[in-house]
Ligand binder design. Structure first.
Ligand SMILES: C[S@@+](CC[C@H](N)C(=O)[O-])C[C@H]1O[C@@H](n2cnc3c(N)ncnc32)[C@H](O)[C@@H]1O
Length: 375
């Protein structure tokens, strides 16, 4: 049976997420604000959770209503027959985000939703589900915007950017979903070399290698929200996952590489790549970007230099940005993508960007800048 779903994502990422959904054969793919709605059957929802690289979570909206007060919210939630979705033996949690509405307290709104569900169980069965905020069997998401409430089952549970490969944290790591979006936006598909000379924890090279190897973003994850649902069929999940696993290439068609100035950071990057199941597929080395020479067939350089948010830091970073420009100048044929939240430092690259694409890194407005060869 076809259902309507909504996959959420960071601002600016919607068109990339829409492309991913189209590639999964989702129907009625419609980009919106902070996400993309689409239609498909239950297997598509499972595949979306397994495959989507740029999504945060996949929601299944089950109730939409105009609500002006917490009491109205409570009443409308009680019109749903909750035995369709859970039993008193299930655990649940309600997450909420509220904007520009008469109801202003998101925590209180979530509490009223939870009360409405639990009270319905108590009045009908004398028992109620309990709350587990860490790993609920059924996670609900309330979105309340301009008094319009959408209550959804959260099929992902923990945010999909948590791939399960980053046990070793480094400084200022990129969110995995954003990193995947940057790689996809560059148009790189894996048939030319990919190199991050400021690789840090290696999020960009890992996401690039996964893309090139057709490895689903969720293959390393142990748990998705839908696994706690009443209608969860473990055999269906295993079949979808195993089919995807069989399609994964042994290695990328062209080299994927990362380097960093710090030896300890390179060691972290190597461990992260191993945790991501592709330790063999990425080559890392310790190198100062100022000394790097790119040889072999040209490809794509992509990096995320520090933005110099702390006082005094910006000035110190000028030489680093300049050395990226110098690397571009001495590497004909290569395409350079620099992702930064600091427009002044971007100027220090010393080249005019051929393209500037806006994204957000958390709350920081950033740009993905393209330098070097024409397309
Ligand atoms: C903002 S972090 C990159 C984070 C990375 N994208 C991630 O998601 O983990 C910038 C990295 O640049 C490295 N770096 C700074 N100066 C460098 C230089 N001259 N040569 C090479 N790497 C440098 C730092 O060690 C740091 O790991």
């Amino acid at each position: 049976m076809s259902q309507r779903y909504f996959a959420t994502c960071g601002r600016g990422i919607e068109p990339l997420l829409a492309n991913e959904l189209l590639a999964l054969n989702a129907l009625d793919v419609t980009p919106g604000r902070g996400g993309v709605s689409f239609s498909g059957d239950r297997a598509l929802m499972v595949r979306a959770n397994l495959w989507l690289r740029t999504a945060v979570r996949v929601l299944w909206p089950i109730l939409e209503a105009k609500v002006e007060s917490p009491d109205e919210l409570y009443q409308v939630v009680q019109t749903v027959d909750w035995t369709k979705y859970l039993t008193p033996d299930h655990t649940l949690a309600v997450d909420s985000n509220v904007r520009d509405s008469r109801i202003t307290h998101s925590k209180y709104a979530a509490l009223r939703v939870k009360d409405a569900i639990c009270d319905q169980f108590v009045s009908r069965q004398g028992r109620r589900p309990s709350v587990d905020v860490v790993r609920p069997m059924v996670a609900l998401n309330l979105h309340l915007y301009r008094n319009h409430a959408i209550l959804s089952l959260d099929s992902s549970g923990e945010s999909l950017h948590k791939r399960g490969y980053r046990p070793h944290l480094t400084v200022a790591p990129l969110n995995e979903a954003l990193a995947a979006a940057l790689v996809m936006r560059s148009g790189w598909t894996g048939d030319t070399p990919f190199f991050d000379p400021l690789c840090g924890g290696a999020v960009l090279p890992i996401e690039a290698a996964w893309l090139a190897m057709r490895r689903p973003a969720g293959l390393t994850r142990k748990h998705f929200g839908f696994m706690g649902w009443l209608d969860y069929r473990v055999a269906e999940w295993a079949e979808i996952r195993d089919e995807a696993r069989r399609g994964v290439l042994n290695s990328p068609a062209a080299p994927v590489r990362g380097s960093d100035l710090r030896a300890d950071v390179v060691a972290h990057a190597e461990r992260n790549a191993s945790a991501a199941g592709i330790g063999h597929a990425i080559k890392f080395e310790r190198a100062d970007v100022q000394r790097i020479r790119l040889d072999g067939p040209p490809g794509v350089v992509m990096c995320n230099p520090p933005y110099g948010e702390r006082i005094g830091e910006e000035k110190e970073l000028i030489p680093l940005y300049r050395s990226l420009g110098d690397l571009a100048k001495r590497s004909p044929g290569w395409k350079f993508w620099v992702f930064t939240g600091n427009p002044r430092l971007a100027q220090a690259v010393g080249l005019t960007p051929r393209e500037e694409i806006p994204f957000y890194n958390g709350r920081i407005p950033c740009r993905l800048l393209r330098f070097g060869e024409e397309r």
